[in-house]
Design a protein around this ligand. Structure first.
Ligand code: AMP
Length: 630
């Protein structure tokens, strides 16, 4: 019983703008629809991409560029690539492999959920991946708010198309912890397809078949879409949620680690700071190898001046199996979509790692020399498309937005366990969503009054090889001979790709259901984390206010040396500044209001003295002394 519906994307009315956030493994990007076009919003450093990086230190918490810039000094408390932990279990092989390459600590938490351990202001703190992601989302929200000069609540957040149910749920939870109303979890290649086709595919263009090749920092997705004006239908998707730039960096790092071992008999992996610096050098070399044939990796380590030249060919050899995996997945996607490669109208490259020449060469060879579309911005396309969908869901007035229709598919088959430890597929992979699909089950023995329904996700017939998403029990079945009862099982997947399964005894109507969140967080946990997030934000603000007041007091002290002031004036200015510095030292935790009061008091004293001296002190000088803008 297939009821796939094409939902028009515009829904409720809301004046405040809604943003699109590309929450990437290495970088994130935020965009908004404004005045009939998409605006990619730059952060406080003027950068359109913000590192997905959070650092903890004695002084406080840093997010984005500020965190990234101090990585080499504080590697064990600088968390990056956390998207690779989202919705995963600690014992998963991919998590175990990643941890080996990371200088920060990850341990097993309750229910095998990974927990990140850092030292924050001298205290050991633990965070789930969702909490770290929520901090990045708060940063992206703030970047948008500063630019738009209003509060932002509604957002579309993108995920790799190949993210499974737990990974999608974890992303949605991160949004909730960040205080966002997540209007939609959107697939990254679909967002890129909108970025490519929204303006290009017009009333005068025939339908097109687009292949989106999205190779980012941590994940690879390939999607085949049929596109008509305003209408984007995903036909099939394939990918690997653990394949991207981070893996190519790992290979280079491993190569250098071995070279250092051979040359100097030293194991750099034992030194977190040096390992982090080596990783940064390798990533830089990787980028330059996209434009040059050779790159140099240099590192001061343990009194050694390590330097090695790496050629593009060597880099390609180190990664060729990973690059080839990308073309294998293109093949799988096309075969699922039942489309021959010659029928593809445009191959669109997205993601920073799609810049690698060998990757481009392999894709072009696969399509028998077809020109690849590199016209859209590789790094910003996903946020661009997400902003269009956000505006459409936010019912912003634009005809093109109102008429936008988008149909996604489920990346993996979903099913339930039946006798013999087998997975009965209820929803095949690449089924259009949102959808409700119906199966019928029955009892195994006479007079059985309850059944357990375990839910699985994955391609394999035997349940042990698939990913168990959760299970629930249906009780109150009327006693009857085995096989008589009819239990209706409904798999309901919403537009975010999130699954609810329900079961009902057809005879007596008894019903039970589960929203699949096995590895996810409970509502109470999300609530608690949202409160913690607000607390950390308040701490950050207090810290910023303290630094600003301290800085102000230092400036006042410097000003007191001005020869144009009388001895008495100098003394009173110096005393006022010293008082403030002493107050800050003796009061480690104070309300932000109290800091503001002290700041205003100091400002009043300063202004009084400045006014007296307006004739004696150049006005410019006075301006230098005023507080820095917030
Ligand atoms: P994204 O997730 O799309 O922002 O992609 C980020 C990834 O792209 C990171 O792993 C970067 O190291 C990688 N990247 C960015 N520029 C280049 C380049 N010129 N050559 C190779 N990889 C790159």
């Amino acid at each position: 019983m297939l009821e796939a519906k094409l939902l028009p994307m515009a829904s409720k009315k809301n004046k405040a703008p809604a943003i699109g956030i590309d929450l990437g493994t290495t970088y994130s990007c935020v965009a908004v629809w404004q005045k009939n076009h998409v605006n990619i919003i730059a952060n406080d450093q003027g950068n359109r991409l913000t590192p997905s990086c959070v650092a903890f230190s004695e002084d406080g918490r840093l997010i984005g560029d500020a965190a990234n810039n101090q990585t080499n000094m504080n590697p064990t408390n600088t968390v990056f690539a956390v998207k690779r932990l989202m919705g995963r279990r600690f014992s998963e092989t991919s998590v175990q492999n990643d941890i080996k390459h990371w200088p920060f600590k990850v341990v097993a938490g309750p229910m095998d959920r990974p927990k990140i351990i850092v030292n924050y202001r001298g205290v050991e703190k633990e965070f789930y991946a969702e909490e770290i992601s929520s901090m990045i989302l708060v940063k992206m929200k703030e970047i948008a708010e500063t630019n738009l000069e209003c509060t932002v609540k509604n957002a579309v957040i993108t995920v790799p198309a190949y993210f499974n149910d737990s990974q999608r749920q974890a992303t949605k939870n991160a949004g909730a912890i960040a205080g966002l109303n997540v209007m939609r979890i959107m697939d990254e290649p679909t967002a890129a397809a909108i970025a490519y086709g929204f303006d290009k595919i017009t009333e005068n263009t025939d339908g097109k078949k687009l292949l989106i090749f999205d190779l980012g920092g941590g994940t690879f997705d390939v999607s085949l879409l049929s596109v008509r004006p305003g209408n984007f239908v995903v036909r099939a998707t394939a990918g690997d949620t653990h394949l991207g730039g981070e893996d190519f960096d790992d290979r280079l790092v491993d190569y250098c680690v071995e070279e250092i071992k051979t040359r100097y008999n030293k194991d750099i992996t034992q030194n977190a700071k040096s390992l982090r610096r080596l990783r940064t050098a390798c990533e830089r070399a990787k980028r330059s190898l996209s434009f040059s044939l050779r790159a140099t990796i240099e590192l001061d380590y343990d009194g050694l001046d390590f330097s090695t030249q790496i050629s593009r060919t060597r880099f390609e050899e180190l990664n060729i199996d990973l690059f080839k995996r990308c073309t294998d997945l293109i093949e799988k996607c096309l075969s699922d979509a039942k489309i021959d490669k010659t029928e593809v109208d445009a191959v669109v490259l997205v993601g920073g790692s799609a810049r690698i020449p060998k990757v481009q060469e392999l894709v072009q060879d696969f399509f028998e020399g077809k020109e690849l579309c590199k016209g859209i911005n590789l790094d910003e396309a996903v946020a661009y498309g997400a902003a269009i969908q956000a505006a459409s869901l936010n019912a912003q007035h634009d005809k093109r937005l109102k008429n936008l229709v988008l149909v996604n598919v489920t990346p993996l088959p979903l099913g339930f366990e039946v006798i013999g430890d087998r997975t009965e597929i209820a929803v095949p992979r690449n089924t259009p969503i949102p959808i409700k699909m119906h199966s019928v089950g029955t009892t195994y023995y006479d007079n059985q009054t309850s059944v357990i329904i375990p839910i699985y996700e994955g391609e394999r017939a035997e349940t042990k090889y698939n990913n168990m998403l959760g299970e629930f029990t249906l009780e109150g079945i009327d006693p009857a001979p085995k096989g008589d009862a009819k239990i209706d099982i409904v798999f309901d997947i919403d537009a975010d790709g999130i699954l609810t399964v329900s079961a009902q005894d057809r005879k007596n109507g008894h019903r039970n259901k589960i929203v699949v969140t096995k590895q996810g967080l409970t509502t109470e946990e999300i609530q608690k984390m949202a409160e913690d997030a607000a607390h950390y934000k308040a701490e950050d603000e207090e810290y910023k206010a303290r630094v600003s007041l301290e800085d102000f007091a230092d400036k006042v002290k410097a000003m007191a040396k001005n020869p144009a002031l009388s001895a008495e004036e100098k003394k009173s200015m110096e005393a006022a500044a010293e008082n403030v510095i002493l107050w800050l030292k003796t009061n480690q935790h104070v309300e932000i209001n109290e800091i503001k009061i002290r700041e205003n008091q100091l400002e009043t004293i300063l202004h009084r003295l400045m006014k007296l001296k307006r004739g004696g002190i150049p006005y410019d000088h006075v301006l230098v002394l005023s507080r820095e803008p917030k």
